[in-house]
Design a protein. Sequence first.
Length: 102
Amino acid sequence: MPQERRRNERQKVVLEATWESLSKRHHARVDDVSLSGCFVNTYGQVAVGEAIELNILRRSGEWLALTGHVATYQHGVGFGLAFTELNYAKKRALQDLMATGG
């Protein structure tokens, strides 16, 4: 059984999202989220370590903008994103998103 590398417990969600890298903007779905990262379900290709800008559409209709780097990649499935530069407001927004499912 592989060793668990996550630092925070993840909350299952199903939220529409967009992500942007140097190549272009892609549509996606976020399947789970924690205070340290999330899984982005997408057909778009990325490289491990690549910097990503992610926007999650909350159920309220507001967008939550996050930045991070690709921690894992599964071709044709998506990637794990490790968040970077989380200020207090973004941490609170993530906590709210996890508590309400969106």
